[in-house]
Design a protein around this ligand. Structure first.
Ligand SMILES: [Zn+2]
Length: 379
């Protein structure tokens, strides 16, 4: 692999120290909040590999409490924005839920799926093949993306992640407008390349936000705006489609694509269930004040539901990520409109500008999913 995944985290420590200084000396609340968010984001990943680092006292210290008031105020705005729009979220997500769910369940049980899983496990990519595939995808998609990717490599911004359940993560420093990508250290597969492209989607998204947004809005956006998984899922799925269309590792790419649909789709039933709650119930759900029994009553029927995993931000970001990515795919004009209207908070007019309605929100998603499944069956 020509991407050097670094195990030496000296640069990360330097970045953390710099942010600590910002947090200690700045008194502007927006700046303080943004430094704290950037710091926590990076510290969380750093501590996975270095849990005993005694310099990380700040992570648990009182310093960060200065930004707590701001954080709570913004959290309330976020929840209020959800409450104001929960009806439209519920409709958008539930319109195509049954149909997609049936498709996926049938496929999940199929022989093709099980055969493909087995073959996927055995196949690693050849040396250099991984790098070539990434470069040719970025080049075809947009030469400026290739430059951005090469820039991340040149700046050595790839690190090892020591969290088994997470394949990749991107941290964003809104003060300096820079990103780091954390990845599992493993021999390259189509799956791990798709993760790199997904994370590069975040990098492209955040760095562009950094150019156009004020500091507070950068942090709010990166801290899970409803739109912050759109570009990452869009590029990940575009990459897999690129492989399928060019007949490169077609079987594995198709399987990865279906898994990408499933991974994001599992958030749909949570949102549908949440959209039926009262404002008061939503507030207590978001504060973690609901008992297991209450949670069971609300989410019990959601097939993939795990009460410990419910997170309103995640559910919104991944559900809309999947919906919008499939709406924008193969439509560069709409992608441009999306780039201009993405924002910290949701407003139904934004969807109107993208011609997304309750009636058509999932149409393209269903068609593509069907096509991918057929691709695997008639390979
Ligand atoms: Zn992501």
């Amino acid at each position: 692999m020509m991407i050097l995944i670094k195990e030496d985290e000296t640069e990360i420590r330097k970045e953390l120290r710099k942010l600590e200084i910002e947090i200690s000396f700045h008194r502007d609340p927006d700046f303080l909040f943004s430094s704290a968010i950037s710091y926590l984001d990076l510290a969380e990943l750093y501590l996975l590999t270095n849990p005993m680092d005694s310099n990380m006292k700040l992570y648990h210290s009182l310093f960060l409490q200065d930004s707590r008031e701001k954080s709570e105020e913004l959290e309330q705005q976020y929840i209020q924005n959800y409450i104001d729009n929960k009806k439209i979220h519920g409709q958008m997500i539930s319109a195509f839920y049954q149909e997609i769910n049936e498709q996926l369940i049938n496929f999940y049980k199929s022989v093709e799926y099980n055969k493909a899983v087995l073959s996927q496990k055995e196949t690693n990519l050849k040396q250099q093949e991984d790098f070539k595939l990434l470069i040719s995808f970025f080049q075809e998609e947009d030469p400026s993306l290739k430059e951005q990717f090469l820039d991340m490599i040149k700046q050595n911004r790839f690190y090892v992640i020591k969290e088994e359940t997470c394949l990749g993560a991107t941290t964003y420093n809104s003060i300096e407008n820079t990103c780091n990508i954390f990845l599992q250290k493993e021999s390259p597969t189509i799956d791990s390349l798709a993760t790199i492209v997904h994370e590069m989607g975040h990098v492209i998204d955040f760095l562009d936000i950094g150019k156009h947004f004020e500091i507070l809005d950068r942090s709010l956006y990166s801290r899970k705006s409803i739109y912050c998984e759109v570009l990452s899922i869009l590029y990940e799925q575009k990459f897999l489609n690129f492989l399928i269309q060019n007949n490169i590792r077609k079987e594995q790419a198709s399987l990865c694509l279906i898994c990408s649909y499933i991974d994001n789709f599992i958030h749909f039933p949570n949102l549908i269930a949440a959209s039926k709650l009262s404002s008061l119930e939503i507030k207590s759900l978001c504060k973690g004040l609901m008992s297991n029994q209450e949670l069971q009553k609300i989410f019990g029927s959601a097939i993939f539901y795990n009460p410990y995993l419910f997170d309103l931000r995640d559910s919104l970001a991944y559900s809309y990520g999947l919906l919008l990515a499939n709406h924008l795919m193969e439509d560069k004009k709409k992608e441009k409109i999306f780039m201009e209207l993405r924002n910290d908070f949701f407003d139904p007019n934004q969807l109107e500008k993208l011609d997304i309605t309750v009636e058509n929100s999932g149409l393209k998603l269903i068609k593509r999913l069907e096509r991918t499944m057929n691709n695997m069956i008639n390979k």
